[in-house]
Design a protein. Structure first.
Length: 256
């Protein structure tokens, strides 16, 4: 049954349910990947990693598992049965305790803004690699990791653009450079969280690239979605969008 919904490579969020064995309520969210699903519906997931360190989640503790699949987002309660290691990958084996429940997909809130962005066009090899990762067209987690290791950023020419709007899912920006229908980009831009400057660099898939209508000069618009973006970078962008929206609403109230 589970194999009809879940597939290897699905991203997973793991959260401890209330009332753990130590009596504490851990509200942190951990990030994992589904590696395998056996005939007995036992799941094998990667152990979460934070700041380059493996986070060994406790065996025998119940967690919420949220699965991001091609068919939507599902969640279920589960129990970590044991921990193991497959090659260099630390994993955990999980047995689900409840049926998978479909939940509403969270849409990233988008705000208009003006900021500089730099981007480079990925070559055909890079584009194919990221398309394989995005569509999960690999057979094993080892193959996925091999593809990621091969995707070393190339020294292609960097171009400048101006962001029009941003969300945790992607960007819309303009440029005066004409291209031959690019498929994937690498984008680089900066955001401010309080007094801290955050540098964002991530691959992005081109959703749309077209001339800007009624522009006084030659101008082209990109609409892109982030691909394989680091979790922390996406969280920083979402926090930036939230802060900007809150500050703008506050200014509107003060002017009334």
């Amino acid at each position: 049954m589970l194999e009809k919904i879940l597939t290897a490579g699905d991203k997973v969020e793991v959260m401890k349910t209330s009332g753990g064995s130590n009596g504490q309520n851990d509200t942190r969210v951990y990030y994992s990947l589904l590696i395998d699903l056996d005939a007995d519906d036992r799941l094998t997931l990667t152990m979460p990693i934070e700041a380059g360190k493996v986070i060994p989640l406790t065996v025998g503790i119940r967690y919420w598992f949220v699965f991001y699949t091609h068919n939507g987002i599902y969640r279920a309660k589960g129990l970590i049965i044991d921990r193991d290691k497959q090659g260099n990958i630390h994993v955990m084996n999980v047995r689900l305790l409840t049926e998978l429940e479909r939940i509403q997909r969270r849409q990233f809130y988008r705000i208009e803004c003006v900021m500089n962005v730099q981007y480079r066009i990925m070559d055909e090899i890079e584009s194919k690699g990221y398309e394989i990762l995005r569509t999960k067209a690999y057979r094993t987690m080892e193959e996925r990791m091999k593809i990621k290791r091969l995707l070393v950023p190339k020294g292609n020419e960097w171009h400048k653009g101006v962001v029009i709007d941003i969300s945790g899912g992607g960007l819309r920006f303009n440029t005066d450079v004409k291209h031959e229908q690019p498929l994937y980009l690498e984008v680089h831009f900066s955001i401010m969280l309080g007094n801290i400057k955050k540098e964002i660099s991530t691959p992005a898939r081109v959703i749309r690239y077209a001339p800007v209508k009624n522009a006084t000069t030659e101008l082209y618009e990109f609409r892109v979605e982030f691909v394989e973006i680091e979790t922390k970078q996406r969280e920083d962008i979402v926090q930036f969008v939230f802060n900007e929206d809150r500050n703008r609403r506050k200014l509107v109230r003060e002017r009334k």
